[in-house]
Design a protein around this ligand. Sequence first.
Ligand code: SF4
Length: 336
Amino acid sequence: MLSRSEIRSALLARGLEQEELFAEARRLRDRHFGPTVLLRGVIETTNVCRVNCDYCPMRRDNTQANDRYFMSADDIVERARRIRDAGIDIVLLQGGETPRQLHAVEEAIPRIRALYDGPVEVLLNLGNMRHEQYARLRAAGATSYILKHETSDPVLHQQLRHESLDDRLRCMKDLLSLGYRVGTGLISSLPGQTMESMVDDIELTGSLGVHMCSVSPFVPAPDTPLRLTRPGAVDLALNVLACLRVCYPHLLIPAVSALEKNSKGGQSRGLAAGGNVMTVNFTGDADRERYLIYGKERFVVRMQYARTVVQSSGLDFRGSVFQDESMGSDTSLTSS
Ligand code: SF4
């Protein structure tokens, strides 16, 4: 665990100091999980969103101009089959925040479980919902849920997301109370964000009782109010990642594609800074083109690329650590 002032200095570390921070983060990752990386397969089920985040091209104000899509339950299950065939046992269903997609996801989850006929983690990233809706998805067989706090500064959160941080945190509590394994996450280098607020992000993560946390450097995306803002520094994001690992070694922490988007080799460095998750994209070509999370020029992670990054980092693959005992036992992922 690091004190507040130690976190503050660690966020500024560069050169040898940064290498030492990363080495400590890797040591703690390896002690808790082994020198391994979990792979998730993501299916992006809809590009429609009721929220209006200033940094996202899928924001509500762009909805009419965007070429919208909603995947059916059949399509979701078909894509999940490809994830299973690739030897991945974490199926991530991700999409904009809209109640219109709830039924398709609810129908798809048990069918994905049946498809595996054995252990599988069904991970969701679908935004704020009511307790009763989270309960329905959990009953359908969902294991885990990503709901990022994005920034712990309540004023900045409201300014950039036009939503309340309290509502977000209330949703996280609902998820935890329902037995979900929960992931939070933050964006570093947001316009208006201070270093102190990033220290708060790290401390908030520890106080939430969550199981996963991501950090993404800010990406200025086209067709958003923040399109002309400078991209977030990858070194700062990596230092946040390493601090999270040092403070909370048990967390799953992805090396996200935004690291690669802002700096070539960024995802490799994310693993070197203590990350232990990568997400491979399994959305169909036509829908993926329309899922504008960082605009059309986003970096898309494929299976072969993930394999190369993981192996060249000297790491191995492992399976999900969150499979419910009632829904199957732990399994290992094939590294082939
Ligand atoms: S970041 Fe997520 S919640 Fe915000 S507008 Fe984009 S899809 Fe919606």
